[in-house]
Write a protein that binds this ligand. Sequence first.
Ligand SMILES: *[C@@H]1O[C@H](CO)[C@@H](O)[C@H](O)[C@H]1NC(C)=O
Ligand SMILES: *[C@@H]1O[C@H](CO)[C@@H](O)[C@H](O)[C@H]1NC(C)=O
Length: 456
Amino acid sequence: MRSLTLMPVLATVLSLGTAKPTPTKPEPPSKRASLPTVTMSGNAFWQGKDRFYIRGIDYQPGGSSAMADPLADPNVCKRDIAEFKKLGVNTVRVYITDNSANHDECMNELADAGIYAIIDANNPLYSLNRLDPGPSYNTLYLQSVFATIDAFIKYDNTLAFFSGNEVINDNVNSTLAAPYVKAVTRDMRQYIKSRNYRSVPVGYSAADVAQNRMQLAHYMNCGTDDERSDFFAFNDYSWCNTNFHESGWDQKVKNFTGYGIAIFLSEYGCITNGRDFGEVKALMSSDMTPVYSGGLMYEYALEDNGYGIVKIDGDKVEEQPEFKKFASALSANPAPTGDGGFTSTTKAVACPTKDANWLVDTTLLPAIPENAKKFMTDGAGTGPGLKGSGSQNAADSGTSAGDAQPGSGAASGSSSSSSENAAAPAGRVALAGIDKAPFVITGLVMLLTLTGTLLL
Ligand SMILES: *[C@@H]1O[C@H](CO)[C@@H](O)[C@H](O)[C@H]1NC(C)=O
Ligand SMILES: *[C@@H]1O[C@H](CO)[C@@H](O)[C@H](O)[C@H]1NC(C)=O
């Protein structure tokens, strides 16, 4: 997110007295919508037999400081879904969600509108600390991340999860947080497999930083299969009403050609020089489709940073001039038919080596905190929501005890990851639709487990 200011940590203390036994089964979503699940194969996304391109918008009314989940409030999401339909977007990214809330109504409304959701698994309270990542990679944090997966993975229109957003930035010291981001990505993928969930892809959303973009991209796709991401995404603000060459996007195609997994822009939409959203034409052109799978325009709601295309006042939405321009760019540049020149195989790349811009000097990742291993079999239990004092200082819930063996994040569940089934384009739709979750634990054990976690 642009100009993201961390909100002051709330003094509110999570009330343990009200912790209820977690249901032994997640509530099934009401299944009135029938949007097909999006799957991954090769370096692309698929909707059935057709290549799927993200033609989306970033959606967080109020910005990060409001700390509000727009998908938990039907009045909010319905107000905005009406606008999404006018725009013609097929995906929204939501940065902050409440993993203790119900999302049935908003997710179904989105599905009815043909819209998928990409969900960030962290939020300002429950997140890694980029300059002191070790203590913040803890059990309380992972419980919140996994509870967010639990909250959204049951919906057919959940497209992907982000394992982090802009944790690594232009401070070179923040590159030392990369092993922790990668560990969280590994843990999320292992959790999805261990819980026998649909194989919703997991990847990281990187900041627009030229000095470490390629190293970070390579880092997230190197190592053993369990350590690699399903996709890579980055935020890009270089277009600024220019063109494919002047913006340098041609170089970003060249540099990422043969990268080995899917890529898309998790944010785009520079506001320097005004904007006509020429990015959409470029993203949908054969210049880019062999390597990129679309992107998300930043952003829907107008905040102080000036990127939004609607002004919101209560239940009233006032479309800004850019609203029509973005809608026109989408309608004038439909998703191309055919496979877009995708690559049918995936592959790992070499890990980057340490240099002045990239301080990571090992390929080993921190092991999952011992206390968090139980979530793989027991589930995460009730999420903390957007309450409590957050997880960054909750090292006493249990942190990593050392390096992981490469391969330690593999799981025996039946979900298949993109990297394991590369040769069969779009062949996993049927499998992906199955959601068999053997929740064997009793409510009592879960209560003890949950309470234990929170009390530690
Ligand atoms: C990075 O860390 C080093 C060593 O701790 C410190 O000297 C330096 O000031 C830090 N740089 C920034 C930009 O924070
Ligand atoms: C492309 O890669 C080269 C070599 O690694 C690098 O110097 C350049 O900055 C990259 N360009 C972009 C736009 O990422």
